[in-house]
Design a protein around this ligand. Structure first.
Ligand SMILES: Cc1cc2nc3c(=O)[nH]c(=O)nc-3n(C[C@H](O)[C@H](O)[C@H](O)COP(=O)(O)O)c2cc1C
Length: 171
C-alpha cells in the first residue's frame, strides 16, 4: 500500500471483531515500533502487550471506563522511561525526549497496524497510577499511550482537519 494511502486509511477505530491478531502481525508491528527514531538512540520507552481478559478489563477501567478499550484482542501500552533519558540528557531527557521516544514508537506501531489490515485508536485519557498498576510497571515509568488494536468491527468516519493555513507558517 502506498504510504499516503495508508495515512488516509488510519482512522480511529473503537469497535473490534473477536478475531485474534496473528502473532506474526503483532511481531511485525512491534518491530516497526522498535525501528522508530529516539533521542540518542536510547529508546527510552517500554511497551507492554496486554492480551489477558482481566487485565484488559482493568485497563478499560483505568481509561476512565472507555468501554471499547477492553473489547480489543490486544492492547499495547507505551511507557516513557524518564530516568533512562535523563541519565544522558538531564531535565530535557526527563521532561521531553522520553515522551517523544514513546510517542513516536506508538505512532509507528499504529501505522504498521494499518499496513497489516488492523485498526486501532490512540487512548490518552487514563489514570496513570491505575495503568501502571495493571501493567505491573515500576513507579518511575510514565504511561504515555494506550493502544487497543485488532480487526475493525466498524467503518470509522473520517474526521476533518484544520486547513494548513491555520497550522503552518512560512518564514
Ligand atoms: C494524544 C491523544 C489522545 C487521545 N485520547 C483518546 C481517548 O482517550 N479516547 C478516544 O476515544 N480517542 C482518543 N484519541 C483519538 C482521537 O480522538 C482521534 O485521533 C481524533 O479524533 C482524530 O480522529 P482520527 O484518529 O480518526 O483521525 C486520542 C488521540 C490522541 C493523539
Amino acid at each position: 500500500m502506498d504510504f499516503f494511502t495508508l495515512l488516509e486509511k488510519r482512522l480511529s477505530t473503537r469497535a473490534f471483531l473477536g478475531k485474534e491478531v496473528e502473532e506474526e502481525k503483532l511481531q511485525q508491528l512491534l518491530e516497526a515500533a522498535n525501528s522508530a527514531p529516539s533521542a540518542g538512540n536510547l529508546q527510552a520507552y517500554r511497551i507492554v502487550v496486554v492480551r489477558d481478559s482481566a487485565k484488559k478489563k482493568a485497563l478499560g477501567e483505568a481509561c476512565f471506563r472507555q468501554g471499547f478499550v477492553a473489547t480489543a484482542p490486544i492492547i499495547l501500552v507505551f511507557f516513557a522511561d524518564p530516568e533512562k533519558s535523563a541519565a544522558r540528557y538531564g531535565e530535557r531527557g526527563r521532561e521531553l525526549y522520553c515522551i517523544q521516544d514513546a510517542t513516536i514508537a506508538c505512532c509507528y506501531a499504529q501505522l504498521a497496524a494499518v499496513a497489516s489490515g488492523l485498526s486501532s485508536v490512540w487512548v490518552g485519557a487514563f489514570d496513570d497510577a491505575m495503568v501502571k498498576g495493571v501493567a505491573g510497571m515500576a513507579d518511575n515509568l510514565k504511561p504515555v499511550a494506550v493502544l487497543p488494536l485488532g480487526y475493525a468491527a466498524e467503518k470509522p468516519f473520517k474526521t476533518g482537519r484544520q486547513g494548513l493555513s491555520d497550522l503552518v507558517s512560512y518564514l
